[in-house]
Design a protein around this ligand. Structure first.
Ligand code: PBG
Length: 325
C-alpha cells in the first residue's frame, strides 16, 4: 500500500524530505531611524524601535552577527523638512545618507538597502508629487515624481547604498533610475523593485511609526488593487525589461499566490515583505497567550518562502535568526 506517512515517521526522515528551510541568510531587517539621540519604542509595533544613529549601528551590527545579510532603512523626517517636492530626500547631508555612510563604515560587509519614495519627505504624505485641481481633486504626478526619485537614488548611491528599492509604484521608474545610476557612475548599485505592491490596509502600523500617512486621499491610483493578480505578472515583465535586479511582492502573507505567480514569471530573485500589519497581527495574537509566538512566526515565514520568495523582509528577522541558531 502507498503510505505517505512513512516519510513523516521519524524526525530524521522528516528532515531528509523537507522541501523548504529557513536560514538567517533569507532575512532582510527593516530599520526605522530618526534624528533624535534617544531610541524610541514604536507604539503601533510592539517590540520595534525607532533608532538614533548610535542605536541603528548597534542594532544592525547585532542583526549582522546573527547572520542577517541586509537591512533596509526607513527614516522619520522632521515635519519642518517636509515639502511638496520633497527636496530633503536628495540632500547629501540628510538623515538617510548619513546613516548609510555610518553603517558602511561600521559594518562593511552588511548590505545596505534604501527605500526610494517621497512619502517620508512629502508634506502631502504621498509617495509622489501631488497636484490639486480647483475642486481639490488630487493627482499624483508620475513623471515629475520619477525625476525626483532618480535624484534620491543617486543621493543614496553617493552615500554608499548597495541596493536602492523604489517602493512608490510610479510607471517607468526602474528604467529611469537604472539610467541615472549608470550615467552617474554607479553601475554596481542594484535595484530591488517593489514590483507588486498592493494598496493594502496592512501598512497602517508603519505609517504610524513614521508619521507618513497621506494627509488627503489614499494610494489607490498608484499601488495595486488587492483583487488583481494578472496585473502582478504585467508589472513583473515590465520591471524585468526595465532592468530591475530583484523583484518584490508586498504584503506577503495574504498574497502568497502572487509570490508564486511572480516566481514562475521571472528568473530574477524574488523578495516578499511581511509588512507592519502582519507583524502586529502575529505579535498581538501571541500576546493573548492563545498562539505560540515562535511557532506562528516560523510557520508564517516558512509559508512565504515555500510560496517562492528567495528573501523575506520581516520585522521578526532578528528573533527568527536567533531561533534558527
Ligand atoms: C512607502 C512604504 C510603505 C511601506 C514601505 N514603504 C507604506 C506605504 O506604502 O504606505 C510599508 C511597510 C510596512 O507596512 O511594513 N514608500
Amino acid at each position: 500500500m502507498i503510505r505517505p506517512r512513512r516519510n513523516r515517521r521519524t524526525l530524521a526522515i522528516r528532515t531528509l524530505v523537507r522541501e523548504t528551510s529557513l536560514t538567517p541568510a533569507d532575512f532582510i531587517l527593516p530599520l526605522f531611524l530618526h534624528e533624535d539621540a534617544e531610541d524610541t519604542p514604536i507604539a503601533s509595533m510592539p517590540g520595534v524601535t525607532r533608532w538614533s544613529l548610535d542605536g541603528l549601528l548597534r542594532e544592525a551590527g547585532e542583526a549582522h552577527a546573527l547572520g542577517i545579510p541586509a537591512v533596509v532603512l526607513f527614516p522619520k523626517i522632521d515635519e519642518s523638512l517636509k515639502s511638496p517636492l520633497a527636496e530633503e530626500c536628495h540632500h547629501d547631508a540628510g538623515l538617510v545618507p548619513r546613516a548609510i555612510r555610518a553603517l558602511k563604515a561600521a559594518h562593511p560587509t552588511l548590505c545596505v538597502i534604501t527605500d526610494v519614495a517621497l512619502d517620508p519627505y512629502n508634506s502631502d504624505g504621498h509617495d509622489g508629487v501631488v497636484r490639486r485641481d480647483e475642486h481639490g481633486e488630487l493627482t499624483i504626478l508620475n513623471d515629475e515624481t520619477v525625476t525626483i526619485l532618480c535624484e534620491q537614488a543617486l543621493c543614496h548611491a553617493r552615500a554608499g547604498a548597495d541596493i536602492v528599492a523604489p517602493s512608490e509604484m510610479m510607471d517607468g521608474r526602474v528604467a529611469a533610475i537604472r539610467e541615472a545610476l549608470d550615467y552617474g557612475g554607479f553601475q554596481e548599485v542594484a535595484i530591488m523593485s517593489y514590483t507588486a505592491k498592493y494598496a493594502s490596509a496592512f501598512y497602517g502600523p508603519f505609517r504610524g511609526a513614521l508619521d507618513s500617512a497621506p494627509k488627503d486621499g489614499d494610494k489607490q491610483t498608484y499601488q495595486m488593487d488587492p483583487a488583481n493578480s494578472r496585473e502582478a505578472v504585467r508589472e513583473t515583465l515590465l520591471d524585468e525589461a526595465e532592468g530591475a535586479d530583484m523583484l518584490m511582492v508586498k504584503p506577503a502573507g495574504p498574497y502568497l499566490d502572487i509570490i508564486a505567480k511572480v516566481r514562475h514569471t521571472t528568473t530574477l530573485p524574488v523578495a516578499a515583505y511581511q509588512v507592519s500589519g502582519e507583524y502586529l497581527m502575529l505579535k498581538s495574537a501571541s500576546a493573548s497567550g492563545w498562539l505560540n509566538e515562535r511557532a506562528i512566526v516560523m510557520e508564517s515565514l516558512t509559508g512565504i518562502k515555500r510560496a517562492g520568495a528567495d528573501m523575506i523582509l520581516t520585522y521578526f528577522a532578528k528573533q527568527a535568526a536567533a531561533w534558527l541558531r
